[in-house]
Design a protein around this ligand. Structure first.
Ligand code: FES
Length: 340
């Protein structure tokens, strides 16, 4: 008889689900088989969507699996459930509610409304969902867009929010020889139809958190972060103090500065820092958006941080924010992966 272990999953809304997990099973596989909706995406230990915290018992990575967790995160009890096997009865805590993993992925069609270059290497693509189509994302999640005529899929987080639907705005970085870039710059026109699919990802605004928020964004990683800030604006009640540190390589590739200025006017609790790696000429912080963070930015131990950009920026921001006192479980991130 194959041994099983009892695993309890404690969700942020107080719900507890118990599962029997086989010796060769991962916790994620057992949960999905039992109809317990857990957030996940890659199922291979690389996206952190299935992050949890082991609070009782022993659970180890499946032999031969890989994981993006640092040794210190593992030692502190963090586990990626898609590659984790229990070694006895154990309990995990999840940083989201018991229904949040149940959001279904849907396919939809959308018309191109506008194609607007907003920097030398960034285009804003405005889509409008076709009649009968609906695709809502939590702020920060991403969708996949099929490049017309090529059929390959590319992932983008809308900069717009659910309140803007049926309009969906995407910020797309142009890449040499990129499939999406070729279509946008050579073939795309207003009223073209694209197929989209989603939503995906566990990088989304935790709306119930009212502690100070820090957002760190590199390049088009600004899109999900701005969507989160707009959602905070739409939510009722007192707004938390918010800091947005946003950076690009040089001043000439910065974009959306007027949009940031608008948010500053709309949200008195929002502070923005615009950074460039070089050639600042005194107009912007010179250095990365991580180097713009200071000890004075983290005064509350419950501060929540959202990071989106290249992996190096995310690693540096995670280290810096942890040093400054942000709890690792309050840091949420999404790597921006350019794909051509
Ligand atoms: S689902 Fe991606 S790390 Fe587990």
């Amino acid at each position: 008889m194959t041994a099983t272990h009892t695993v309890k999953l404690r969700f942020a809304d107080g719900a507890i689900r118990a599962l029997e997990v086989g010796a060769e099973q991962t916790v994620l596989d057992a949960a999905l088989a039992a109809g317990v909706p857990l957030l996940h995406q890659c199922r291979s230990g690389s996206c952190s969507s299935c992050l949890s915290h082991l609070v009782e018992g022993e659970a180890l990575p499946r032999p031969g699996s890989s994981s993006t967790l640092l040794a210190s995160e593992f030692a502190a009890g963090q586990r990626l459930l898609c590659v984790t096997q229990p070694r006895g009865d154990c309990t995990f805590e999840l940083g989201y509610g018991s229904e949040e993993g149940a959001q279904p992925v849907v396919e939809a069609h959308a018309f191109v409304n506008a194609i607007e270059p907003i920097a030398s290497n960034v285009v804003k693509l405005s889509l409008e969902l076709a009649e009968g189509s609906w695709l809502a994302c939590r702020p920060g999640q991403f969708i996949q867009v099929e490049v017309p005529g090529v059929g390959v899929l590319r992932s983008y987080s809308p900069v717009s929010t659910e309140a803007d639907l049926p309009r969906l705005d995407l910020l797309i970085r142009l890449l040499p020889q990129g499939a999406m870039t070729s279509w946008l710059t050579c073939g795309a026109k207003v009223d073209d139809v694209v197929r989209i699919k989603g939503p995906y990802g566990a990088f989304f605004l935790r709306e119930k958190r009212r502690a100070p928020h820090i957002f760190v964004a590199g390049g088009t990683g600004l899109a999900p972060v701005l969507s989160m800030i707009d959602r905070v604006r739409q939510l009722g009640g007192r707004k938390p103090p918010m800091l947005l540190s946003f950076g690009c390589a040089t001043p000439d590739v910065l974009f959306y500065l007027d949009e940031l200025e608008l948010r500053r006017q709309w949200l008195p609790t929002l502070e923005t820092r615009v950074c460039v790696d070089r050639d600042s000429k005194g107009d912007f912080h010179e250095g990365s958006p991580v180097s713009a963070l200071t000890a004075a930015d983290v005064r509350d131990p419950d501060t929540v941080a959202y990071l989106c950009g290249p992996q190096g920026m995310i690693d540096a921001a995670t280290r810096r924010l942890t040093e400054l006192g942000v709890a690792p479980e309050n840091i949420f991130s999404e790597q921006f992966v350019p794909s051509n």
